[in-house]
Design a binder for this molecule. Structure first.
Ligand code: 0JX
Ligand code: SF4
Length: 335
């Protein structure tokens, strides 16, 4: 979608302030994008653990869902495993940003592993909610994607009370014991709009449905979706940097399309972009998921500049300043 006049996005630092050249190619760069506070903490936790204990350091699952991050850490001596029972007795095992169930903690303790927990504090918050409402004997409807590590960890806090609701289409099959004691919680990295649709359908069925005490979809997920929504209507193409197993990154592609981008794709690296995607494209939107290092976005911007898209205009919808402290035993090591 192309227009010949400057575009008013109505937001600070938007395309309107960039003075784009009529007829020229341009890039709209979403801000915020990339690393959130939980990912920054998780990656630094692994790096500091390597420094303190030396290789090999074991990590259960991918520390965050990003191919580049995982491969870089593997090169430095991290061994990624699926479960604690694959780790030699007495080794150091880091739990990923997505959190673990009590059963996983027990399994690590049984093997005498030195566990270091890189679970994002905002995921831990959802675990606490699940425990609290299970204690009060609620039926907990956990909105999230089946098989995702985060929902497995959260559901594992209270398996007898939690039912997974994987999107609006799954609402009809939900059954509860007592309609007056039902609460919904969610995975932190969902589409805000789709989740609200799921909640509306749940509430049609269960009018007394309670909301979480505070938003479970985290600030970073929400902020990245808001920024993409702001730029997408101006974009002929949106490129999201992120890995295929990254829920929040995949959601950004969906949000871009729903908000009016003519096309949107997910790539791990600039080299994954098909040059044919640029045919007839004047405005390219660029963003990245919460697990994506900025160096990969820089690589994409360089790739685009080589093809005539060197006019980069930020689309800023929020400023993020949140930082989480490292796990206690590594705190003195933070740089
Ligand atoms: O697949 P997700 O979006 O949940 O994870 P990813 O890509 O590793 O993002 C950062 C970690 C998020 C945890 O909530
Ligand atoms: Fe934490 Fe949100 Fe980042 Fe997940 S996406 S690690 S919940 S800040």
């Amino acid at each position: 979608m192309s227009t010949a006049v400057p575009v008013e996005l109505g937001i600070t630092g938007s395309a309107a302030s960039g003075g784009r050249r009529p007829g020229g190619h341009r890039v709209l760069l979403a801000e915020p994008r990339g690393y959130c506070a939980g990912v920054d903490r998780a990656v630094e936790t692994v790096e500091k653990t390597l420094e303190r204990y030396g290789a090999p350091v074991y990590v259960r699952k991918e520390i965050v869902h990003n191919r580049h991050v995982v491969e870089t850490l593997a090169d430095r001596g991290v061994i990624f495993v699926d479960e604690a029972d694959e780790v030699p007795e007495g080794s150091v095992l880091v739990f990923s940003a997505h959190g673990v169930s009590p059963a996983v903690r027990d399994s690590a303790a049984e093997r005498n592993l030195h566990a270091i927990d890189a679970t994002c504090p905002l995921v831990t918050k959802v675990h606490q909610e699940a425990k609290r409402f299970a204690r009060d004997d609620y039926d907990i409807l956990l909105i999230g994607h089946e098989g995702h590590e985060e929902v497995e960890g959260t559901a594992g806090e209270a398996p007898d009370h939690v039912q997974l609701v994987d999107g609006p289409a799954a609402v009809d099959s939900v059954t509860v014991r007592d309609e007056s004691k039902v609460i919904w919680l969610s995975q932190t990295t969902l589409s805000v709009d789709e989740t609200m649709e799921t909640v509306a359908r749940l509430r049609d069925r269960f009018p007394s449905l309670q909301d979480p005490p505070s938003d479970d979809i985290c600030y970073a997920t929400q902020n990245r979706q808001v920024a993409v929504k702001a730029m997408a209507p101006e974009c002929d193409l949106v490129i999201v940097v992120g890995s295929k197993n990254s829920s929040n990154s995949v959601r950004l592609v969906e949000v871009a399309l729903a908000a009016g981008a003519d096309a949107a794709y997910l790539v791990d690296y600039a080299r994954d972009v098909d040059p044919a995607w640029l045919d007839g494209v004047r405005t390219v939107g660029v963003t990245s998921g919460a697990s994506v290092p900025e160096v990969l976005v820089r690589g994409l911007l360089d790739w685009l500049a080589e093809r005539g898209y060197s006019d980069v205009q930020p689309v800023t919808t929020a400023n993020e300043t949140l930082v989480f402290a490292l796990p206690r035993e590594l705190r003195s090591a933070r740089t």
